[in-house]
Design a protein around this ligand. Structure first.
Ligand SMILES: [Zn+2]
Length: 65
C-alpha cells in the first residue's frame, strides 16, 4: 500500500470546531485531519510528521506572517 508523508507544508487551514486541516499530496483533498490514518478521498495511507495542536497554538498561525 502506498504511503504519503504529511508535514506542515500540507497544512491547509484551521476550523474552529474540528481543528487543523491538511492537504493530501496525492489527490489534493484538503479535509485531512491528524487523526486520520488514510486519505478520505483517494485512500492513500498517511504518515504524519507535523506539529501537534499544542505546539502550533490554537490560532493556527504560522511564523511567516
Ligand atoms: Zn488523497
Amino acid at each position: 500500500m502506498k504511503t504519503v508523508k504529511i508535514t506542515d507544508d500540507q497544512f491547509d487551514g484551521l476550523d474552529e470546531i474540528y481543528g487543523f486541516f491538511y492537504q493530501c499530496p496525492d489527490c489534493g483533498c484538503d479535509k485531512l485531519m491528524s487523526n486520520h490514518k488514510f486519505c478520505l478521498q483517494c485512500g492513500v495511507k498517511l504518515a504524519w510528521e507535523v506539529m501537534d495542536d499544542f505546539e502550533r497554538g490554537r490560532d493556527g498561525k504560522r511564523s511567516e506572517n
